[in-house]
Design a protein around this ligand. Structure first.
Ligand SMILES: [Mn+2]
Length: 322
């Protein structure tokens, strides 16, 4: 019987955790084959929760099976004996984010891009952690370093994950290393990286049909300007601004109701176009404060605010200081 080593990302997996598990398991199997591994080890991609929609989509597009769903990594019974499970952690190194039972498993390797946390091991292991935009970037570098052939199917999965983790290279966590690997993978696949990333983000979408309360309120926060004034500032990040703005009437009706029900001075929705790097302001209630703070005249159709991406720094802070 060949020994199995699970390659697994964090709980509530995102596309980086899924893609890194798939691609790194493939790399390790190819390395074992090339280097004539005598023990017949098999690296098995695994996951700790449901597939994100974009992961399901990219795997299906490329005929790659879903990583196996596991609940824990507790020891298993083999021939009446308790045997520790062997695992490689990708995209995390924190017990709280790891599979239940991680303390009772043998962690063989860690490939990550987060802070160094609290998973510990009995023996020295390969622990590869870089302060860059995604684990998929590190896995891409590993393919290039080892010279293992990178199939286009795996390249597509890796590219999708670098682009989701770095929000199509716009996130402050994105580094030149990530951009270089995006260009390498996009060249290999013969695709435009930004277009490819938008296709990935659109699979999440559903913005044309999702319930209006979810569209407006999924990421909304109340702010107390003073003892008498509370406002609501919501944000929707999108790669498809026109589809969101097609629903402006519904959005405004829902925002009016939020203002009435909660006594806000105003509700402001920032529809942030992450590619165009700006936000459309939609305001209901009394717009006077927003008009004054931003030097605009709030209007039907919304107001385009170039460069406004951060609710906290660029919107809430000046409103709270008003
Ligand atoms: Mn990640």
């Amino acid at each position: 019987m060949s020994a199995k080593i699970l390659v697994v990302g964090h709980r509530n997996p995102d596309n980086d955790s899924i893609s890194a598990a798939v691609a790194y398991a493939h790399l390790k199997n190819a390395l074992a084959e090339r280097d004539g591994d005598v023990e017949g080890v098999e690296y098995v991609p695994a996951r700790l929760g449901p597939l994100p929609v974009e992961s399901a989509w990219i795997l299906e597009q490329n005929d790659i099976p879903e990583p196996v769903l596991i609940e824990d990594v507790n020891p298993v019974q083999v021939d009446g004996e308790e045997v520790k499970q062997k695992v490689i952690l990708v995209d995390h190194n924190e017990i709280g984010q790891a599979a239940p039972g991680i303390e009772n498993a043998e962690v063989c390797e860690i490939i990550d891009h987060h802070r160094i946390a609290d998973v510990s091991t009995a023996n020295p292991i390969l622990f590869l952690n870089l302060p860059i935009g995604s684990t998929a970037t590190i896995v891409t570098l590993q393919y290039r370093q080892t010279g293992i052939e990178l199939p286009n199917s795996i390249a597509a999965v890796l590219l999708s994950a670098i682009l989701t983790d770095t929000v199509i290279m716009k996130s402050p966590t994105c580094t030149q290393v990530d951009i270089d690997q995006v260009n390498f993978l996009a060249d290999k696949l013969g695709v435009d990286a930004v277009e490819f990333g938008m296709d990935i983000f659109r699979t999440r979408g559903g913005e044309a049909t999702m319930p209006i309360d979810k569209l407006v309120e999924a990421d909304s926060k109340e702010f107390k300007v003073n003892d008498d004034v509370t406002v609501l500032i919501a944000q929707r990040e999108t790669v498809d601004l026109p589809t969101v703005m097609d629903r402006e009437g519904e959005i405004r009706d829902h925002m009016k109701k939020l203002v009435e029900d909660n006594g806000y001075e105003f509700a402001l929705l920032l529809v942030t176009d992450i590619l165009a790097e700006g936000s459309q302001f939609i305001v209901e209630g009394d717009p006077a404060r927003v008009n004054r703070v931003f030097g605009i005249e709030c209007a039907e159709g919304g107001n385009w605010m170039p460069g406004v991406l951060s609710r906290k720094k660029q919107v809430a802070a000046p409103i709270l200081a008003s």
